[in-house]
Structures are given as structure tokens and as C-alpha cells.
Design a binder for this molecule. Structure first.
Ligand code: NA7
Length: 541
């Protein structure tokens, strides 16, 4: 460390823990670690708290896990007090909930907004992280908790001609607060992932005309969202404790009435009946009806065929219906979508689908988009083109570990973590829902609680034993990475098309399986066993 840096460090603000990000993960980390007596500072790039739910305020933004489950479980008072108005809450309601929690737990006093972390360097002599913000502020702490999100770095789409477009360009990731008046406007939407699929029906209602540019059609299951029924809410609140415990036993940390049989063990007719029943209920339960949908190609093909038959049934124009049918990748290998009236929207007279696989975009023009075969005129372009998932937020910070090792070098061939929570060579840095953990394949709110609780316990163990640092061992990390790859390769996920699960949506990003596919309940047990085994695979200093 240079003399200059040492001088800065002396002037810096010192805390026990620095938390990066004030979304679900960072807020719970603050609450938990502060209640254990540590001084905690949360640094948040946005001008308000909420993370994903602060930024993604596009029309139609909504959670696709039921809100009774996609909410904190650590406080019974909170889960009893808060009232959800719909089965699947929309973004404004989730953001209100997050703010209510922050106020109730008096979290704001330890959060610095408008504070983007640009660098973090481990001082191996002091055993402390030196964290630098964009404004040049330096904060020092022995522990760093990275709650920077899995889908928080949007892809900057390099579309030829975009800068010359004379209308407005909006990104779903950063939709203007207060909304956009689309009345009388011709809108072009690029991207048909979850964001595009949720936005499509709302944009179509508001705009004069909507053109959806689709590169890869997506599988989407109807949400069948509805206003919260009193009885449903009462039942949940009464049974909350046991239902939360049951959810912890599932592979996604979500109660989805998961089927216990493999699809391969029943006849095609029985499967068909189950497909219909699950489609009628809607949501992610559809993908959990059989145990082998993500591993057995024949079963997977059958499920995919059923969803295509539904698309063809819903969409009246057979050419559009055919374009909307995903045909060349397994269902579930790309993140499945849950929608409200997505396919139905293509029956509206003011909505058009352009398949850019067969009719590619040539350029954006000042007045619209030119594809190979046509000129499309727009006043507004909406980009819903996705994120640098799971590693983007870590890698945009200049993170330096022991011996000057850069995280971006260490992860050049793909992320390497132990349990998705720790990185060898980067002591005292913890990741919340990092790559190598089930993370995005599970209920993220429960997943962050599990990680934060584990981290708090690990720090307590370190303190009790008078250590100053904890680090994943290289060997343990190697074995974990191999296990994550092996589990992933045993599924159909690597066959996904441009899937962000594999980093395949980002040009030049290494193609590796990012989440742990062994199931979240199994994963939680492994983490617990490791903790009980005096943190095997970790080295304490
Ligand atoms: P996604 O799911 O990554 O979707 C991005 C969409 O944008 C997808 O349809 C992409 O097509 C499309 N895309 C990306 N780049 C381009 C270019 N260059 N040209 C045309 N189309 C493009 O992101 P979302 O925001 O919808 O959802 C992210 C997660 O948030 C979601 O999974 C939930 O967990 C919540 P592609 O499929 O790559 O061909």
C-alpha cells in the first residue's frame, strides 16, 4: 500500500462491515449485522433504496413469485402486518413494501444513496477492505458484503443508428419515475425476455401502435394474477410459520405444489391432464409438475409442445402464432416467463410482431427502425434487452484481493466461488446470491436471508475464535466450481439459446453455468453442514 493510500485510509470512515447495494439483500444484511452489534454502512448507487425494484419501474413490472412468498420471512411482525393487494404484486407495491421495512427497522440512517462503489482493495497487512466510491470517498472495513444484485447491470445494446433516432428511447431497466405518456405514440419494443413480455400488454394498451421486435421467442406461462382474497391472505398469515419452513425444503425455496413423480413414469395422457391442470393454475408451478422436466429430453419436449399448442390456441393469426412459438431450445433452459395476457396482446389490431431472426434489424433511422424487408416508423423505442447477469455487478467494480490479484483476471474464464458466497484470494468478502449458488433459480428474498444469516454466523465464529480474516481455500473452491459445472451439465440448461444462465446473452462473456443447479434446499443443507464442520473449506487467519 502506498504512503498516499495509507494517509487516505487514516482519514477514511471505518466500519465493521461495508455492504454494497440497498436492495432486498443489502437491507437485510444491514438489519441482521447491525442487530449483532456491528457498525454497518450500506453504499447504494441509486438515489433511493430498493435495488431491482427501484430501477425496473416499466409498465407491467411485477414479481412472478407470489408475494406472500416473495417477501421477508425473518420478522413475523412484518409478515403479519403488511397487506398485499394482489397475488403477484406489481413493482410499485413491492417498492412500497421495501420502504416500509426500511422505515420500520430504521435502516435509512446507515445507508448512503447516490454512492456507487468503483473499487475495493484488500489490505493484507491490516486485513481490511478499502472501498472507494465514484465521488472519491474512501471507506474501510474488515468485512465487505456484496449485495450488488444478479440482474443489476443492464446490457448496453449497440444498435446501429440509435444515437440518431429523433424520438425518445427508454430502457425498461431505468424507466422514468412518474411514467411516460404514450398516448397517440407509435412504439417499438426490442426484447422479449421477462421485461419485454411483462411490458408488452401495458404498452399496447397505452400506445397508439406497438411493434414488438423478437429475436428468440420465449416460453411463458400465464400468471392468473388476481386481487388478493381476504380468505387467502388470512390462511397464509395463520400458516406462515409452517409454510416458510416447508418452502425451505424445496428446490426453489417456493411452495409450488411440486409434483413428486417424474414425467417419464406416467403416460402421455396423464401428462397432458397434468399440463392442463397446471396451466389453469398458472405460474412457476407449471415447471414443477414433474421432477424431470429439466433433465429428461422427451418429457421436456412434451411440455414444450404443450406450451406451443397453447400459444397457437390463443393467438388468432397463425403466422404470428408460429413466430411466437419457441422451437429450438428446451423449455426452462432460458429463464421461463410468467405473463398476464402476453400472447393475447398479439390479437389486438394495434400490435405487430417482427421476427428479427428472419428479418434482421439493419439500422435504427431518425424516424424508426429499418429491417431487411421494411421501414418501421416510431416516436418511441423501448429497450428490454437484458442484463450482464450474476457477474456484471461484481466485475464493474475494480476488486483487488491478496497479492494484487484482480477479480476480473480471476474470473476471466468465468466466475469461481466457494458456495457462491466466498472467493479464494479475496478474504472477508462475502457475496449475496453470487454465481455458484442457487440464487436466481430460487426465491431471491429467502435466498438472501439464508446467505446473510450464514455470513453473520461465520463472522460471529471468526470473532469468537479471535481470528481476523476468513477466506475460501483454493482447493475447496475448485471442487465447488467443478460440482456446479457437473450439476449444470446434467441438465438441459446448457442447451438454452442466448441464455443469461450461461452468460450467453453477452457477447464475449465466457459460457459457463452461473447458478447452482442442485436445488436450493440441498444447497442450504450443504452450507449448514460446512458451518457445523467448523467451516470446512475455509481458512481462518
Ligand atoms: P432477458 O431475459 O435477458 O431478455 C432480453 C431480451 O432482449 C431477449 O429477448 C433478447 O433476445 C433481447 N435482446 C438482447 N440483445 C438483443 C439485440 N442485440 N437485438 C435484439 N434483441 C436483443 O432480460 P429481461 O430484462 O427481460 O429479464 C431479465 C430477468 O429479470 C428475468 O429473467 C427475470 O429473472 C427478471 P435473445 O433471447 O437474447 O435472442
Amino acid at each position: 500500500m502506498s504512503e498516499n493510500a495509507k494517509q487516505h485510509a487514516r482519514e477514511a470512515c471505518e466500519y465493521d462491515v461495508i455492504v454494497v447495494g440497498a436492495g432486498f439483500g443489502g437491507l437485510y444484511a444491514l438489519h441482521k449485522l447491525r442487530s449483532e452489534g456491528y457498525s454497518v454502512r450500506v453504499l447504494e448507487a441509486g438515489e433511493a433504496i430498493g435495488g431491482t425494484w427501484y430501477w425496473n419501474r416499466y409498465p407491467g413490472a411485477r414479481c412472478d413469485i407470489e408475494s406472500f412468498q416473495y417477501s421477508y420471512s425473518f420478522s413475523d411482525e412484518i409478515q403479519q402486518e403488511w397487506e398485499w393487494s394482489e397475488l403477484y404484486a406489481a413493482q410499485p407495491e413491492i417498492l412500497r413494501y421495501i420502504n416500509y421495512v426500511a422505515d420500520k427497522l430504521d435502516l435509512r440512517r446507515d445507508i448512503e444513496l447516490n454512492t456507487q462503489v468503483v473499487a475495493a482493495t484488500f489490505d493484507d497487512i491490516e486485513k481490511k477492505w478499502h472501498v472507494v466510491t465514484r465521488a472519491g470517498e474512501l471507506l474501510v472495513a474488515p468485512f465487505c458484503v456484496m449485495a450488488s444484485g444478479c440482474l443489476s447491470v443492464p446490457l448496453s445494446l449497440s444498435l446501429k443508428g440509435l444515437e440518431a433516432f429523433e424520438g425518445q428511447v427508454y430502457r425498461t431497466f431505468n424507466w422514468p419515475e412518474g411514467g411516460v405518456d404514450l398516448a397517440g405514440k407509435r412504439v417499438g419494443l426490442i426484447g422479449t425476455g421477462s421485461s419485454g413480455i411483462q411490458a408488452t400488454p401495458r404498452l399496447a394498451e397505452q400506445a397508439d401502435h406497438l411493434t414488438v421486435f423478437q429475436r428468440t421467442p420465449n416460453f411463458s406461462i400465464p400468471a392468473h394474477n388476481r386481487k388478493m382474497e381476504q380468505k387467502y391472505a388470512r390462511d397464509w398469515k395463520k400458516a406462515y410459520r409452517e409454510r416458510r419452513l416447508q418452502a425451505l425444503e424445496t428446490k426453489s425455496l417456493i411452495l409450488l405444489n411440486a409434483g413428486l413423480k417424474p414425467g417419464s413414469a406416467v403416460t402421455r395422457e396423464e401428462r397432458q391432464e397434468e399440463f392442463e391442470a397446471r396451466w389453469a393454475v398458472g405460474g412457476f408451478g407449471f415447471m414443477n409438475m414433474f421432477t424431470d422436466i429439466s433433465t429428461n429430453k422427451e418429457v421436456n419436449d412434451h411440455v414444450a409442445e404443450f406450451v406451443r399448442s397453447k400459444i397457437v390456441e390463443i393467438v388468432r393469426d397463425p403466422v404470428t402464432a408460429d413466430k411466437l412459438c419457441p422451437k429450438d431450445y428446451p423449455i426452462g433452459s432460458k429463464r421461463i416467463c410468467v405473463d398476464t395476457d402476453y400472447f393475447q396482446t398479439f390479437n389486438r389490431p394495434n400490435v405487430k410482431l417482427v421476427d428479427i431472426q428472419t428479418d434482421p434489424i439493419v439500422t435504427v433511422t431518425p424516424t424508426g427502425v429499418r429491417t431487411q424487408s421494411a421501414e418501421h416508423q416510431f416516436n418511441v423505442l423501448v429497450l428490454a434487452t437484458g442484463f450482464d447477469a450474476m457477474t456484471g455487478a461484481m466485475l464493474r467494480i475494480d476488486i483487488t484481493g491478496v497479492g494484487g490479484q484482480k477479480l476480473k483476471d480471476k474470473w476471466a474464464e468465468g466466475p469461481r466461488t466457494y458456495l457462491g458466497m466466498a472467493i479464494s484470494g479475496f478474504p472477508n468478502m462475502f457475496l449475496i446470491t453470487g454465481p455458484g449458488s442457487p440464487s436466481v433459480l430460487s426465491n431471491m428474498v429467502t435466498a438472501v436471508e439464508l446467505h446473510v444469516d450464514w455470513i453473520a454466523k461465520c463472522i460471529a465464529y471468526l470473532k469468537q475464535n479471535e481470528y481476523v480474516a476468513v477466506e475460501a481455500e483454493h482447493q475447496a473452491e475448485e471442487k465447488w466450481v467443478a460440482r456446479v459445472n457437473e450439476l449444470g451439465n446434467g441438465t438441459l440448461i446448457p442447451k438454452g439459446k442466448n441464455s443469461w444462465y450461461m452468460g450467453a446473452n453477452v457477447p464475449g462473456k465466457p459460457r459457463v453455468i452461473l447458478p447452482f443447479l442442485g436445488g436450493a434446499a440441498n444447497y442450504a443443507k450443504i452450507c449448514e453442514e460446512i458451518a457445523n464442520d467448523r467451516y470446512s473449506g475455509f481458512r481462518f487467519i
